[in-house]
Design a protein around this ligand. Structure first.
Ligand SMILES: Nc1ncnc2c1ncn2[C@@H]1O[C@H](COP(=O)(O)OP(=O)(O)O)[C@@H](O)[C@H]1O
Ligand SMILES: [Mg+2]
Length: 312
């Protein structure tokens, strides 16, 4: 049982149900990797901004350095979405006249707004970060929002790629008619933009589905609902061609916790731990105990990191 092989990946995503410990594990993993010499970028896509709270330092969208080789960024989906739409308007006003923009508004809206502008905006930001970090960081860790959001986000590149195909096809047909009517051939800027976005989504998909480069880790607690959610998420991801590298079980009640109440909870957890081992087998990378304290700051994170990485 060990999560240290994740140090060889370029992108590591931490996902799972809300409150299971995604942010805690992503932060602990990142701190550990950076202390072992990896230059690391930790990115949060959850609007809750828990990273700042855990490290007790304001991070925000501009980012901050948290330790010698550890840097972090907090993406704000709403602000990203706004910036994204403004960027698109700017991009288009540079290449076509207002009349044309108006005439193409529907197609443009469809290209950029669907299937959900906020997720599309985060996704664009993802790609931007991946491109920028490719050479400047050894590992990029993503602390994601709860399962549903993350899964939708990860299924975007394929969906958007298909969507781009249909828009490109439509645009080509329209251009053919125009060319026939005018007798001239045009180098269409809209087609160029659509093609560029298609290429970008294809590249993103290549990275996400490359198991040597990218790892998805699910954090689960020994409880009924998180187990169900993880099971569903695993199936969903594997069906869409993304393999899950492992599962971290968090918040296990330690054997020294006393009292009948704790004993009862511990017995319950034992049953769920057995279930987790049966269901997920060798995908279980680490088991982390529930600490008797809040986890924050470098010391708290180190305790978690040791359980996450240095396992028997
Ligand atoms: N092993 C643990 N021991 C004690 N508290 C923990 C542990 N793991 C997480 N927590 C606490 O549980 C809460 C939720 O954790 P968090 O990492 O924010 O979850 P998520 O990001 O999945 O929503 C936080 O207050 C965190 O400090
Ligand atoms: Mg979180």
């Amino acid at each position: 049982m060990n999560a240290s092989h994740l140090f060889d990946k370029k992108y590591v995503f931490f996902g799972g149900k809300g409150g299971t410990g995604k942010t805690t594990c992503a932060a602990a993993f990142s701190l550990k990797a950076s202390r072992m010499g990896k230059k690391l970028l930790l990115v949060s896509t959850d609007p809750a901004h828990s990273l700042s709270d855990i490290f007790d330092k304001r991070i925000g969208p501009k980012g901050a350095q948290l330790a010698e080789k550890l840097f972090a960024l907090e993406i704000d989906p709403e602000a990203e979405s706004k910036k994204y739409m403004e960027g698109i308007k700017r991009q288009l006003s540079g290449v076509v006249s207002n009349v044309v923009v108006e005439a193409l508004q529907k197609q443009i809206d469809a290209a950029y707004m669907s299937p959900g502008s906020e997720e599309a905006a985060i996704f664009d930001k993802f790609i931007e970060i991946m491109e920028q970090a490719e050479d400047s960081f050894d590992i990029v860790v993503f602390d994601t929002a709860p399962t549903g959001h993350t899964l939708r986000l990860l299924s975007l590149p394929k969906l958007l790629d298909l969507w781009m195909d249909s828009l490109i096809e439509k645009r080509k047909k329209a251009l053919k008619l125009l060319e026939r009517a005018s007798g001239t051939k045009s180098d269409d800027p809209i087609l160029r933009i659509l093609q560029k976005r298609k290429d970008m989504f294809e590249k993103a998909w290549e990275v996400l589905s490359d198991r040597d480069k990218t790892a998805f880790v699910f954090v689960v607690t020994p409880e009924r609902l998180p187990i169900f959610e993880t099971e569903r998420a695993l199936k969903y991801l594997e069906n869409s061609g993304i393999s899950v590298a492992g599962i971290v079980v968090n918040s296990i009640i330690p054997s020294e916790a006393d009292g009948t109440f704790m004993e009862k909870r511990r017995e319950l957890q034992k049953k769920y731990l057995r279930e987790i081992r049966e269901k997920f087998g060798d995908k279980v990378l680490a088991e982390i105990e529930l600490l008797d304290n809040d986890v924050w700051g470098l010391d708290g994170l180190c305790t978690i990191a040791d359980m996450l990485v240095l396992q028997k």
